[in-house]
Design a protein around this ligand. Structure first.
Ligand SMILES: [Zn+2]
Length: 136
């Protein structure tokens, strides 16, 4: 299935990608496939292409890294049909209260050098945004 990506200007600070390909999971994990058309800065990596994003609420409760990003080779939009590829990065996110999202919300901003930068992920059906904050 071809992923349709809709660009919306949300705030003057950035853009939001709405990707209709997310699937919420039970037992505390949320996951979604995110496709980056262009290289996008995510902390110290610059993903481009399809990736599986997983948020683990249990790990967060234990104070461990809670957000995991894996390469994803599948054609299907459903993360359950194809195993995740190589891990790309794991990090602590900062939870932010949001209004409930009907679909996956990926917030992209521009860094000072004009590079696109991933700022926040909110899974479909969730009232919590996962902000990506530089540890520095
Ligand atoms: Zn988290």
């Amino acid at each position: 299935m071809k992923v349709l990506i809709v660009l919306l200007v949300l705030l003057s600070a950035g853009l939001v990608l709405l990707a209709p390909t997310s699937r919420a999971q039970s037992h505390g994990n949320e996951m979604a496939i995110v496709e980056f058309q262009d290289k996008t800065q995510l902390l110290n990596v610059t993903p481009q292409g399809k990736y599986l994003f997983v948020h683990d609420a249990e790990k967060k409760a234990e104070g461990k890294e809670c957000f995991y990003v894996y390469q994803y080779k599948g054609d299907e939009a459903d993360p359950l049909t194809v195993p995740a590829g190589q891990p790309v990065i794991a990090f602590h996110c900062e939870a932010t209260n949001r209004t409930r999202a009907s679909r996956l919300v990926v917030t992209i901003g521009f860094a000072k050098d004009g590079v696109m930068e991933l700022r926040e992920i909110q899974f479909a059906g969730s009232e919590q945004g996962h902000r990506i904050v530089d540890a520095m």
